[in-house]
Design a protein around this ligand. Structure first.
Ligand code: NAD
Length: 277
């Protein structure tokens, strides 16, 4: 098992560079999947209120031998709970399900700009941070305009923005904005969500040349861009494969080869119009 390095966020705290995502992991399979992931060496677990599997994450943590201090647990505010008081209450609900006293990272799942509440929601996040309930606060699916508004109207710069990012949709503009403002980029859908990226001939051939799997070269590309990456798999062999990224490197030509699969097309929803709550 190769050790996973950590990155430092703008608040001085560390975050493991590879984590385990549990989107679409069934609630009754989550405890087992997270237990397997901890065994495989993952220490960052990425869940969300909307995934309806926080209890399973909490149960796996409670039963694990891994010390709480070595874990990094992320959850996300669900879309229906935007607003100051609703955010505080939803946070309490998550902490009960996760069975935690302090959370490592709380994210606003989607900005929902059409409802114009994310600034008020962020003020509740700042309150949770000030009260020591959460160590770091961040956002997800925020575009440059949404981040600019938070920077202008609130006090705390998000530590992280978790966004759809993979070689087909590499998010150059948003990553540049993050770098300029000290916001860490976390890639969701890093493997292209099982929708063909890993079968792309450029990726397959590069993986063969490097004697690695397509998933490993793609995840290594994220690592070398300086992103935190949270691949999901419920298969223990793939969990191990997806974290075994730190004993090889991609050179500039390899990085360019991967960049060549860019389509500029999202696989998921557009945060500017996504209004589902
Ligand atoms: P992903 O890119 O991690 O793809 C997961 C799929 O890839 C698996 O279901 C499997 O089909 C395949 N896969 C995984 N490992 C493989 C391997 N080694 N070889 C071959 N195929 C493999 O997509 P994702 O699950 O959507 O994203 C990862 C995590 O990001 C999620 O679990 C969740 O935690 C987070 N996420 C966040 C948001 C958000 O809005 N913030 C949205 C989607 C996902």
């Amino acid at each position: 098992m190769s050790a996973v390095p950590s990155l430092v966020m703008n608040n001085g705290l560390q975050i493991p560079q590879v984590g385990f995502g549990v989107f679409l992991v069934a609630p009754d399979e989550t405890k087992q999947a997270v237990a397997e992931a901890l065994k495989a060496g993952y220490r960052l677990i990425d869940t969300a209120q909307g995934y309806r599997n926080e209890e399973g994450v909490g149960a796996a943590i409670a039963e694990s031998d891994v010390s709480r201090d070595d874990l990094f647990i992320t959850t996300k505010l669900t879309n229906s709970e935007h607003g100051y008081d609703t955010t505080l209450a939803a946070f309490d609900g998550s902490m009960k399900k996760l069975r935690l006293d302090v959370l490592d990272l709380f994210l606003i799942h989607w900005p929902l700009p059409m409802f114009d509440q994310y600034v008020e929601t962020w003020r509740a996040f700042e309150r949770l941070l000030a009260d020591g309930r959460v160590r770091s606060i961040g956002v997800s699916n925020f575009e440059v305009a949404h981040l600019e508004r938070l920077l202008a109207e609130t006090d705390v710069t998000p530590a992280v923005n978790q966004i759809e990012l993979h070689p087909e949709f590499p998010q150059e503009e948003l990553r540049a904005f993050h770098n300029e403002h000290g916001i860490l980029t976390e890639s969701w859908g890093p493997l292209g969500q099982g929708k063909g990226l890993l079968e792309n001939s450029r990726i397959v051939e590069l993986a063969q040349r490097k004697d690695r799997t397509p998933a490993q070269v793609v995840l290594r590309w994220h690592v070398q861009l300086g992103c935190v990456v949270i691949p999901k798999s419920v298969h223990p062999d793939r969990m191990r494969e997806n974290i075994d990224l730190f004993d090889f490197e991609l050179d500039d030509a390899d990085m360019a080869e991967i960049a060549g699969v860019r389509t500029g097309q999202r696989l998921g929803d557009d945060p500017n119009v996504f209004a589902n709550r």
